[in-house]
Design a protein around this ligand. Structure first.
Ligand SMILES: [Zn+2]
Length: 330
């Protein structure tokens, strides 16, 4: 692409030069003038060819960015590429296709894991979600497995899910009834499945060795959706499990009793209080370690103390500061 652009630019410069010469050549030299005109036409034509080829390349690149799937073979159907409210309702109408909780969410995105921009710590509504009733049940995504890491601050970063230990290849089932929204590979989550549940919550299952479902597939609670693994940013086989509402992460331990593998309550109250922790997350500030930095210097520069830096980042005064590493200072 860049090479073609350079080629076009050179051709344009040369064309202008020949155009200039065409008018500068003395009136009598008709042959020279004719020769100039021919060269000008040749340069102009080659520029046109290069330009049309580069335009085709741009067009050809677009479908590639949309076909993100575990094997990269997702077909580009219109339901897969919904970005605005109007398009969403038009496609639902045209395809006689409905998605779970369409009264609460304004779009259905099968490519973006986190498409919602909602700041849930500013949420003004109060909603009671029915998790289980006579029509719907709950299933533990994976049974009898220990919690490796809980929801909340994990050193300098917030951990928006819960980690459940497993062996690679263990079965993972859907917690609730719903429809698969995303099946893809991400740098941090590895192989990941996101399900929009009929109750309005979205559940996310990450670091999978294999996803066994496809986007837009209807799912029942307890149905096999994937095999556990160690893909993405993961230091050992485990399931990273998230529960979100309108994009806002909710502590799974507020909903599930992980000791008894049951729900804590049949219903869930959703209001601003459930996302208050995001005030704290948004206040966090980070400093990137540079050459020659020491904890003392970083603390002084950012108006904090060495002990607070150590506490916030889970390090000691003797820890090595790797250049480029991010340190939370507030
Ligand atoms: Zn995790």
């Amino acid at each position: 692409m860049i090479k073609k652009r350079v080629f076009i630019a050179i051709n344009l410069v040369v064309s202008l030069r020949w155009l200039f010469l065409l008018f500068k050549v003395p009136k009598k030299s008709i042959i020279l003038k004719l020769l100039n005109a021919i060269i000008l036409v040749i340069i102009f034509t080659t520029s046109q060819v290069a330009f049309s080829q580069s335009s085709q390349t741009i067009k050809a690149e677009v479908p590639d960015t949309n076909s993100v799937g575990p094997e990269g073979d997702d077909e580009l159907d219109p339901i897969n590429v919904i970005s605005t409210t109007n398009e969403y309702f038009k496609i639902i109408k045209d395809n006689n296709f409905d998605v779970p909780a369409s009264d609460q969410y304004f779009f259905w995105d099968t490519l973006d894991i986190h498409p919602y921009q909602s700041k849930m710590n500013k949420y003004t509504e109060t909603r009671i979600i029915t998790l289980i009733d006579s029509n719907s049940v709950f299933a533990m995504p994976i049974n009898n497995k220990p919690i490796n890491s809980t929801f909340g601050w994990r050193k300098w970063k917030y951990h928006y899910g819960i980690d459940l230990g497993l062996n690679t290849g263990d079965s993972i089932v859907s917690a609730f009834d719903g429809m698969v929204r995303v099946v893809r590979k991400s740098k941090s989550y590895g192989n990941v499945v996101v399900i929009r549940n009929n109750n309005g919550l979205e559940t996310l299952y990450a670091h999978l060795s294999k996803a066994l479902v496809k986007a837009n597939q209807e799912i029942k609670a307890g149905e096999l959706i994937a095999l556990g693994g160690n893909t993405g940013h993961s230091t050992g086989p485990h399931l990273h499990f998230e529960i979100r509402y309108l994009g806002g992460p909710i502590n799974p331990s507020d909903i599930i009793d992980f000791n008894n593998f049951t729900l804590i309550s049949d219903t869930l109250l959703i209001d601003r209080c459930r996302f208050e922790y995001l005030d704290d997350v948004q206040k966090a500030r980070y400093y990137t370690v540079r050459k020659g930095d020491s904890l003392g210097r970083i603390a002084q520069r950012n108006g904090t103390s060495i002990s607070r830096l150590c506490k916030l980042n889970g390090i000691t005064r003797k820890s090595t500061l790797r250049i480029g590493r991010r340190l939370r200072y507030t």
